[in-house]
Design a protein around this ligand. Sequence first.
Ligand code: NI
Length: 173
Amino acid sequence: MADAGREMRIYTYPHPVLRQKAGTVEEIDQEIQALVDDMIRTMYAAPGIGLAANQIGKPIRVIVFDVREGNDQRRPRVLINPRIVEEEGEIVYEEACLSVVDFSAEVSRSGRVLVEGVDRHGKPQRIEAEGIAAVCLQHEIDHLDGKLFIDHISSLKRSLYKKRLKKMQKSMG
Ligand code: NI
């Protein structure tokens, strides 16, 4: 487990793969298993608490996450074809994203969600989440629909970020 997978390049905004709607996984084959291993390795290396397949350039409906705090023991969760089946309430949380360089902003989302999908063995999963876990699941499932957390902030804040990003790219030559 610890040695599985490769650390992959994480694509960053405005790369078009982040805007693609990810395709449904029809069969959990070797290719998907390898993708899951790569995603877990890449998430921990970053480090991040969640990663969607789009972020490593594969628009396929797979997410991995591990939101436990102070985790000396890693316990990655994998959800294939995840979907939100129930949601309620509200939470405002300061979000960031491995694909959105050098930026964070408060985003309002549902405070509690019920998410269904299957794990890497094809076993049905039903995950009830609140707090940061609810935020993380909604953020990662957004990625699969080609959405980023900056789509949830005001257009003014977003355009300020775009300007700053352009400046950073220029100064990097
Ligand atoms: Ni993200």
